[in-house]
Write a protein that binds this ligand. Structure first.
Ligand code: ARG
Length: 621
């Protein structure tokens, strides 16, 4: 390997140029200018070269100097010998740069390794990702879809960059709602060994209903003109009943928390029923999550007294009418960490979880993929953790606590997605529908005698259909700016054209079939030269070379939609290339081989990028 290729494996030429310019600016103008943006752009007119550096005009104005002189001084200090011809100053102070003839080929050669130009993350510490967080005793609904697939994609991206990742499933498995459901199931004398998910849903709903007192209705009934005696009696009874249901549930919760064996047994059955269904959904969703990732509220239950002790000992929490709160200088809202009756809260558990993740798991980045409605909660948790110093690992590294808030999934009516009868859409029914749609699409395409899937066994078509249906849902979800709500539309997301998962899967499969049709093993071409020459080839090459930088950028920004956009642009660049540049029918063998190598690299980047999004890339479609 040459010195250049080891340093620049798969690097984006723009980045290489930026680095070279920064060091020249530092050398020519003084160290403080080594941070100035050289403003490198692709050249509009190939006659003037491949790139332009446009910093001189603005900087000269600030320094009161002539732009051309300034540009020349930097050019004199510039060493681009690794990738480009000597740069030239032109016009009012532009700097034109032309890549060396073989430069793109060398960069692509260097990228042509398993890593595809993705650089390892230098931080040796782990990352913890809080994702999914379903509430036990309830079916997973679409809200949990987003947390699960966004969290899994981010986890894959960190893993790809060599970080140890802990996927932390902070299950809601230890609160009053569960005690309420246990009570409800006992009241209805449900056989817990035959418990089904719909039973559980019903029990959850009934439990909520019987605990919901119509306090406001009662107050109104007492105001003049006073409601009839019948209505009043009814409301009073409902209130009393609700009160009793709540009191019962609280007692059940205390028993559960104290380890009462029979309540405990019911609790375990409930968890088993819920989680078995959740694991099935994980499987359908192609996310890397399972029982080993469960560290829910119940996991932290024994650590809560310790949390309170620490906050009191360090003087970070204070008493307030019998309760314990943390106050913040910049807001009125205090964070309640222990109720006046001694009970712990959602927040107490989250503080225990922060400490565990940073201290015990050694994470220097803890990423919470939780919907936007919990923004204030996490702001409070993070600030409280900082106040007490739980944002340092055991070896003293600073840990960053980040909430990635995401928006809701809406129906066509722009309201939270509901079924026709007005219920929350369960995740499972949504996935089953997606898979059916995918299968239908794939099966109907296979009817075309020219399709690569024509004549494939039904089971294979179904497998491909599942990948397409799920890929459609995931790409549609991940390709949005996360904080924005988005409208769920099957027809749009499953289309084979446009910014969709299936379009990318199809682009990948199409390249696979080029090789399959010609019966060429891409491995056998590794020693052939890759020589991008036509404009479409160069555009494709530059696009490929961006991949490592995009993955790095997504790990930093936590915005998977940037990877989605990149993959779409790559597929598009390939499509233009394929239209303009014959591959198998190229005039010369060397050109054909070069184009095959470009095709193979594109295929691998598409596959790798889709894998980071948790989307499968079938070989044929
Ligand atoms: N179970 C919670 C809910 O459904 C989500 C948990 C989020 N994670 C956390 N560490 N609080 O609202």
């Amino acid at each position: 390997m040459t010195a250049m290729s080891s340093k620049t494996a798969g690097a984006d030429p723009i980045e290489l140029l930026e680095t070279a310019f920064r060091s020249a600016m530092g050398a020519a103008l003084g160290d403080e200018y080594a941070e100035t943006d050289p403003i490198i752009k692709s050249s509009q007119n190939p006659q003037f070269g491949d790139y332009q550096a446009n910093f001189a005009m603005g900087l000269a104005k600030r320094l009161g100097r002539k732009p051309r002189d300034l540009a020349q001084e930097v050019v004199d200090a510039l060493d681009l010998s690794a990738v480009a011809e000597p740069a030239e100053v032109a016009g009012p102070g532009f700097i034109n740069i032309r890549l060396k003839p073989g430069a793109l080929g060398h960069l692509l050669d260097a990228m042509d390794q398993e890593a595809l130009g993705v650089q390892p993350d230098p931080d040796p510490h782990s990352v913890a990702i809080d994702l999914c967080g379903v509430n036990v005793a309830k079916q997973m609904h679409v809200g949990h879809l987003r947390s699960t697939i966004i969290g899994d994609a981010i986890a894959r991206i960190y893993e790809r960059r060599g970080r140890k990742v802990f996927r932390e499933n902070h299950l809601g498995d230890w609160g009053l709602p569960i005690a309420m459901v246990i009570d409800q199931l006992r009241r209805a004398e449900t056989d817990l060994d035959r418990l089904t998910l719909p039973d559980l849903d019903r029990a959850y709903r009934d439990a909520q209903l019987s605990a919901r007192a119509d306090v406001r209705g009662l107050a109104r009934a007492m105001e003049p003109p006073v409601a009839g005696p019948h209505r009043r009696a009814e409301l009073e009874e409902q209130n009393a009943g609700a009160h009793e249901a709540m009191e019962n549930a609280k007692r059940t919760l205390v028993k559960l928390q104290q380890g009462d064996p029979s309540i405990r047994e019911d609790w375990e059955k409930l968890i088993r029923v819920t989680m078995d269904a959740v694991y099935e959904s994980y499987e359908l969703l192609n996310v890397r999550l399972g029982p080993a990732n469960n560290r829910g509220e119940s996991f932290f239950r024994d650590r809560l007294p310790d949390v309170i002790d620490a906050f009191v000992r360090e003087g970070v929490a204070v008493e307030d009418e019998g309760a314990l709160v943390v106050r913040f200088e910049d807001r009125d809202r205090p964070l309640l960490i222990r109720k006046s009756d001694g009970g712990f809260l959602y927040a107490t558990t989250d503080l225990a979880a922060v400490r565990f993740r940073v201290h015990d798991l050694g994470a220097t980045r803890v990423i919470y993929v939780v919907d936007a409605r919990q923004r204030d909660h996490f702001r409070d948790i993070f600030d409280a953790a900082k106040k007490i110093g739980w944002d340092r690992t055991a070896d003293g590294a600073a840990a960053e606590l980040v909430h990635i808030p995401f928006g809701s999934v809406l129906g066509e009516d722009k309201r939270p997605l509901k079924t026709r009868s007005g219920e929350n859409v369960t995740l499972r029914s949504l996935l089953v529908q997606a898979i059916e749609r995918g299968e239908k699409e794939v099966i109907s395409r296979a009817e075309d005698p020219a399709a690569p899937t024509h004549g494939a066994p039904r089971s294979e078509l179904q497998r491909i259909g599942q990948a397409v249906g799920i890929g459609a849902v995931k790409y549609a979800d991940l390709s949005n700016d996360l904080v924005r709500d988005y409208v769920f539309n099957f027809d749009r997301m499953i289309a084979f054209e446009g910014r969709t998962g299936p379009y990318l899967q199809y682009a990948h499969a199409r390249i696979c079939s080029i090789f399959a049709r010609a019966e060429i093993d891409p491995e056998s071409l590794r020693d052939r030269a890759v020589l991008p020459d036509e404009p479409e080839e160069k555009t494709l090459a530059l696009m490929l070379l961006k991949y490592g930088g995009v993955v790095d950028d997504v790990a930093r920004s936590l915005e998977p939609h940037r990877l989605c956009t990149y993959l779409y642009e790559l597929a598009d660049a390939y499509s233009s290339f394929y239209q303009k540049c014959p591959v198998l029918k190229a005039d010369e063998a060397s050109v054909r081989d070069s184009r095959l190598r470009l095709s193979d690299l594109t295929r691998r980047v598409l596959q790798d990028g889709l894998d980071l999004l948790g989307i499968e890339a079938p070989q044929r479609m």
